[in-house]
Design a protein around this ligand. Structure first.
Ligand code: ATP
Length: 363
C-alpha cells in the first residue's frame, strides 16, 4: 500500500451546487479503479480534484500517508489522459512524447531509452517520425498514452479515453490499456459513464450519483449484491427489473406467493418494498425444466409476450405479468418467441434482490 491514494471526506462545491459530496475512498497501489455514474454525477470533477486541476472545498487527499491536497498539479506526478487527447499537430510523434521531458529540461541522453521503451510497449516504433494528422484515431490515442506514461507517473487519471473512438477501435484501445496496466501496474482511476466498460476493466468500481458515492467494490460484488436501488438499476445490461410491491409483517406477496423479507426490525415495519430480478435470471417454459418438484424456492408467473428483440445469442423478451411489464433473456436456439404468446415465467428466490421502500437500501 506504499503509494495508495486516499480521499477523506472530500467535497467540491460550485456556486451552491455540490458536484462531489463528502466522499471517501482509497485507491490501492496498482489498482485499476473505475468511476462510473450518470451524466453530471461528479466523475470528472473527482478526477480533476485528484489531478489538482480543481481545489477541494472540504476534506483532504493523501498519497502514501502525506497530505497532497494543496499541491500543484505538476508536483503530484500524476498523468491525465483526456478524451480529446490533445496532441501538438506540428510535432512528430516522438516530439509529442518527449515534450514534457524537454519542458522540464531533462537530459537528452535519457530521452532515447525512455522513448524506445514506451514506443515498444505501445507499438509506436514505426510511427515516431510521423505527425498526428497522418495517424488513425487509435494510433493517436496510443501516442497520448505514450506521452502520459513516459514520465513514469504514480497515478494515471483517464477521463473517458474511449469515447471518441468507433466500436472496433474502442475494443482495440481498451485491450491496449488493459495490457499496459498488466505490465506497468500503475494505479489508475478511469472515468466512464458506460457500466459495461466499467465491468470489463475494473479491479473495483465506484458508483457515483449526485456527487455521492453509492457503492465501491469488485464488479461481481456490485452485480450480485447491489447496496441500494440505484446501483441495482445502474449495474447490469439489460437493466434489472424492479417492482414496487406492498408488504406486511415482513412478507411480500408476489403473485399470491409469499416471500419473506430478512427478519429485521426495519423490514417488519415496512409497508412497501422494491423487488428486483435480473433479465438473465428469469426463465420461460420454452427452456425451463422444473427442479425435481421443489418449486417452493421458485416464483412462477403467467405472462404474455408483448414483443421480442433479437440481440444475437439471446432474445430480449418483453412480457406483461401481474407484477407489471418485465424483460427477460431467452437463448436463441431457433425457438423464436412470438408476440402474444402465453408463457410461464420462473425465477429462483435466490436471485431476487429486495430493497426497503423507505430508504431504498438492500434488505
Ligand atoms: P459527464 O458524464 O456528463 O461528463 P460527470 O459525472 O463527469 O458528467 P461533472 O462534470 O463532474 O460530472 O459535473 C458534476 C456537477 O458539477 C454537474 O452538475 C456540473 O454541472 C457541475 N460542474 C462541473 N464543473 C463545473 C464548473 N466549473 N462550474 C460550475 N459547475 C460545474
Amino acid at each position: 500500500m506504499m503509494s495508495s491514494i486516499r480521499l477523506e471526506n472530500v467535497s467540491k462545491q460550485f456556486e451552491g451546487s455540490m458536484a462531489v459530496n463528502n466522499l471517501s475512498l482509497e485507491i490501492a497501489d496498482g489498482e485499476f479503479l473505475v468511476l462510473v455514474g450518470p451524466s453530471g454525477c461528479g466523475k470528472s470533477t473527482l478526477l480533476r480534484l485528484l489531478a489538482g486541476l480543481e481545489q477541494v472545498s472540504e476534506g483532504r487527499i493523501l498519497q502514501a500517508g502525506s497530505d497532497i491536497t494543496d499541491l500543484e498539479p505538476r508536483e503530484r506526478n500524476f498523468s491525465m489522459i483526456f478524451q480529446n487527447y490533445a496532441l501538438f499537430p506540428h510535432m512528430t510523434v516522438e516530439q509529442n512524447i518527449t515534450f514534457g521531458m524537454r519542458m522540464r529540461n531533462e537530459p537528452k541522453s535519457q530521452h532515447r531509452a525512455r522513448v524506445d521503451r514506451v514506443a515498444d510497449l505501445l507499438q509506436l516504433g514505426e510511427l515516431l517520425g510521423r505527425k498526428p494528422g497522418k495517424l488513425s484515431g487509435g494510433q493517436r490515442q496510443r501516442v497520448a498514452m505514450a506521452r502520459a506514461i513516459v514520465r513514469d507517473p504514480k497515478l494515471f487519471l483517464m477521463d473517458e479515453p474511449l469515447s471518441n473512438l468507433d466500436a472496433r477501435l474502442r475494443t482495440e484501445v481498451r485491450d491496449g490499456i488493459m495490457t499496459l496496466h498488466q505490465q506497468l501496474k500503475t494505479s489508475t482511476v478511469y472515468v466512464t459513464h458506460d457500466q459495461m466498460e466499467a465491468m470489463t476493466m475494473a479491479d473495483r468500481i465506484a458508483v457515483l450519483n449526485g456527487g455521492h458515492l453509492q457503492q465501491i467494490g469488485a464488479p461481481q460484488t456490485l452485480y450480485a449484491h447491489p447496496a441500494n436501488l440505484f446501483v441495482a438499476g445502474f449495474i447490469g445490461t439489460p437493466a434489472m427489473n424492479i417492482f414496487k410491491l406492498p408488504c406486511r409483517d415482513g412478507v411480500v406477496m408476489v403473485d399470491n406467493q409469499a416471500v419473506h423479507l430478512p427478519d429485521t426490525a426495519h423490514a417488519r415495519q415496512l409497508t412497501e418494498v422494491y423487488l428486483g430480478i435480473r433479465p438473465e435470471h428469469i426463465e420461460d417454459d420454452a427452456r425451463f425444466t422444473p427442479l425435481n418438484g421443489d418449486d417452493s424456492r421458485r416464483i412462477m408467473l403467467n405472462a404474455s409476450l408483448t414483443y421480442c428483440e433479437l440481440l444475437g445469442a439471446d432474445y430480449l423478451n418483453h412480457a406483461q405479468t401481474s407484477l407489471g411489464a418485465l424483460r427477460y433473456l431467452r437463448e436463441n436456439r431457433g425457438n423464436a418467441p412470438q408476440a402474444n404468446q402465453q408463457v410461464t415465467l420462473s425465477f429462483s428466490l435466490q436471485d431476487i434482490h429486495l430493497f426497503s421502500g423507505q430508504n431504498q437500501l438492500n434488505l
